[in-house]
Design a protein around this ligand. Structure first.
Ligand code: FMN
Ligand code: SF4
Ligand code: SF4
Length: 277
């Protein structure tokens, strides 16, 4: 089989899951390509026998860059595909978003996998949640899932891959489904603070220009943000000079209202006894 794994990953969690799965596909003798979303073209996704698409969860859904990529794919004509994601305690409809878009292109989605991923988010209430995830158990789980995918597809089985998350095919949880529905990029721009560059700290290295997933930053000669920020805060958390900041006084309250650990236990995915901080 020719396997292509395409992943969006800003802080490495989803990439680590993709790499663990890639090892399994390669180990089983399948030609396997691992591509970050930045380097992948729609044509990469349209060739081969099996396509895996991975992403972090943002705002209880699949982030705009991965949705835009899937929307722009050519027809996939019954090609086998699977989805995978990493998230904190409220994955909402992240897997289903990708499934729906792949199915819309004609792909046969055979299953979905989700692992926890440490949050590198600047909002004080989110910083460092689910530390060190994905951990060794999460990666072992990802490998088992990849093995199950190989067996399923190689044997021509129908239905979902054993161990696949049910919310791959049916969105789970009305509360975070609702949160996802209202959390459009425009809504996030209204409720969450804009990252503000500090020219005194910036050395114009261009890292943020390259790293912004929606090409919203230009250097003139200091960083200037455009109008289509998705509030991923990659510029803020990753700038080597720590040249971005944001005022979290209201944004932190807004996030805590929806993503407090009590709600994540009641309506989300957080398990009783699971280490959150
Ligand atoms: C901007 C942003 C929004 C996020 N929103 C959610 C969310 O709504 N629900 C959730 O469970 N996790 C959320 N997370 C956590 C990420 O999905 C998680 O940390 C993921 O593993 C990051 O993956 P990466 O390292 O591959 O970028 C969010 C993280 C960021 C940075
Ligand atoms: S990453 Fe930081 S230092 Fe580099 S250009 Fe952007 S703001 Fe300036
Ligand atoms: S400007 Fe910063 S926060 Fe906005 S989308 Fe780009 S990297 Fe993310």
């Amino acid at each position: 089989m020719d396997v292509t794994l395409i992943y969006f990953s800003q802080t490495g969690n989803t990439r680590r899951i993709a790499e663990a799965m890639g090892e399994v596909f390669r180990g089983a003798g399948h030609a396997t390509r691992l591509l970050s979303l930045k380097k992948a073209s729609p044509q990469d996704a349209a060739t081969g026998d099996l396509l895996g698409i991975g992403t972090p969860c943002f705002s209880s859904q699949a982030p705009t860059p991965i949705k835009a990529f899937l929307q722009n794919l050519p027809a996939l004509d019954n090609r086998h595909a699977f989805v995978f994601a990493t998230s904190g305690g409220a994955p909402g409809r992240v897997l289903f978003d990708m499934t729906r878009l792949l199915q819309h292109k004609g792909a046969d989605v055979v299953g979905g996998f989700l692992a926890r991923g440490e949050l590198h988010h600047p909002a004080p209430c989110l910083q460092g949640r689910f530390p060190d995830r994905p951990d060794a158990d999460d990666l072992a789980h990802a490998r088992r899932f990849a093995t199950a995918v190989i067996e399923h597809v190689s044997d021509g089985r129908t239905g979902a891959v054993p161990g696949s998350r049910p919310d791959t095919f049916k969105p789970r949880g009305r509360f975070y489904g609702l949160v996802a529905a209202i959390s459009t990029d425009r809504f996030l721009r209204l409720t969450l603070p804009e990252p503000r560059p500090d020219p005194a700290r910036c050395n114009q290295c261009q890292w943020c220009v390259y790293e912004c997933p929606v090409h919203n930053i230009s250097l003139q000669p200091n960083p200037v943000l455009g109008d289509h920020c998705i509030r991923c805060y990659r510029c803020l958390t990753g700038c080597p000079q720590k040249a971005f900041n944001a005022d979290w006084r209201l944004g932190n309250l807004a996030i805590l209202t929806f993503y407090n650990t009590t709600f994540e236990h009641w309506f989300g995915d957080a398990k009783p006894g699971e280490r959150v901080y």
